[in-house]
Design a protein around this ligand. Sequence first.
Ligand code: NAP
Ligand code: GLV
Ligand code: GLV
Length: 319
Amino acid sequence: MLAGAMKVFVTRRLPGGALDRLAADHDVEVWPERLPPPRAELLARAAGLEGLLSLLTDQVDAELIEAAPRLRAISNYAVGVDNVDVEAATARGIPVGNTPGVLTDTTADLALALMLGIGRRLVEGDACVRRGEWRTWEPSLLLGRDLHEATVGIVGFGRIGQTVARRLEGFDCTALHTSRSGGVPFEELLERSDFISVHTPLTPETRGLIGAEALRRMKTTAYLVNTARGPVVDTAALTRALHDGEIAGAALDVTDPEPLPAGHPLLGTPNLLVLPHLGSATHATRERMADMAVDNLLAGLRGERMPHQANEVLTPRGP
Ligand code: NAP
Ligand code: GLV
Ligand code: GLV
């Protein structure tokens, strides 16, 4: 280990060899469990930490940042940084890294998989066969709705939203989009779309964006797909909408809360497909994310601008 090695905590083991590069230069401790470090563990370590490699399951809030007076760099193993109080970090001159781009295609692929999965009733079909309930080819068994030639509304037209739109061209879809900087009005997108796919970050503005009012505006034959963040959709409103048949179904990679506890009312709704936050979950992508997160942390610890830094303005603190 080099002179100038700094104390770094990594909140979970990561796929690939990226953490070996970090450990070659710094004094690295990796949380060994499958579940995230409890809050008390994080707070207890904070006082001595110079670098933190966090996951989206860790709340890196103002309290934690304040408890870490020596902290010089935070690197989040995700593109979304809603779990990090970026403002509090910025106020302390601490860069916050994220992993944009490397997971765009993988996450867009999953959004398409969810559209097809819910529209064509893949999970119900699989369950029907496994339960031994399938007797014969039937004209009306598990009829769904086509993705091809459908109108698809993309809410949040950034890296992932635009990539979804490109994939939909291959399905001869009409893609509508809305974001703060353009597209069609949100209400129009809700009313016209056969599938709605959410791709915004979680911010104070997008929290609950898909609530009772938005769900009421959707066609009763339309599906909601969420691969963004759970709280962008109002869980109670969605639960009601699915029970009442106000929309045709929902396919969720992310939920609020996450995970949904056993017996949660949302899990009792019809026409729901739900996954355990797998948007970026391929071997190749999770390894690229680890490389990017380590590169961000190494730069931040050197006092340099991170290759992918989420703070809008930050004066480098120097070595
Ligand atoms: P991005 O390139 O920053 O795109 C986000 C888009 O959302 C921007 O085009 C932005 O456009 C739009 N937006 C922001 N606020 C909005 C609002 N109030 N209303 C409508 N649109 C709004 O981010 P990305 O890389 O595509 O990732 C998007 C999000 O996906 C991430 O933040 C993360 O939470 C989530 N994600 C989830 C997974 C998963 O595993 N399921 C994987 C990767 C990413 P304007 O600024 O013009 O509004
Ligand atoms: C995953 O959800 C991410 O934001 O990278
Ligand atoms: C279905 O399998 C068909 O041949 O129409």
